[in-house]
Design a protein around this ligand. Structure first.
Ligand code: SF4
Length: 135
């Protein structure tokens, strides 16, 4: 972890580049299906995701990236700076996203569509409006 998370991780999560933001959970349950070895329920009165472990091998890294791709509320984030991971995760879910020029250098043959690749999903926008979270 280079600079640390931009938002407050749920305290039950193990430290690392992948984290879930504390207090942003409408209990969708999606990550538990995609990465049951990495993500668990906190078993608090109000259910919340937490990272049981950070990815330690290529298969687990694929699951971690899939969690960030599948989530709708934007609560799971990547706080690392690995360009190979940054190139695969929406910049809105990264604490330290690559600039567009860096993206072009890292993946010169992959087209980048700002409206499709950078914008949060409609549900994420609605959820952020409801919770008052600005970014
Ligand atoms: S992905 Fe987000 S909304 Fe869904 S269960 Fe985890 S913390 Fe809650």
């Amino acid at each position: 972890m280079a600079c640390g998370p931009r938002f407050t991780p749920h305290p039950k999560s193990v430290p690392g580049d992948f984290y879930v933001e504390k207090g942003q959970c409408p209990a969708c349950g999606i990550p538990h299906v995609i990465a049951p070895d990495l993500i668990g329920w906190t078993n608090e009165k109000a259910q919340h995701c937490f990272w049981k472990k950070q990815p330690e091998n290529p298969a687990e890294l694929e699951q971690a990236i899939a969690v960030l791709e599948a989530q709708e509320a934007g609560c799971h984030r990547y706080a690392g700076t690995d360009p190979l991971i940054l190139n695969r995760v929406l910049s809105t879910n990264c604490d330290y996203p690559q600039s567009t020029s860096n993206l072009a250098e890292a993946a010169p043959n992959v087209p980048h569509f700002a409206l499709l690749d950078d914008g949060p999903s409609l549900l994420a926008k609605v959820w952020r409006t409801i919770t008052g979270r600005s970014s």
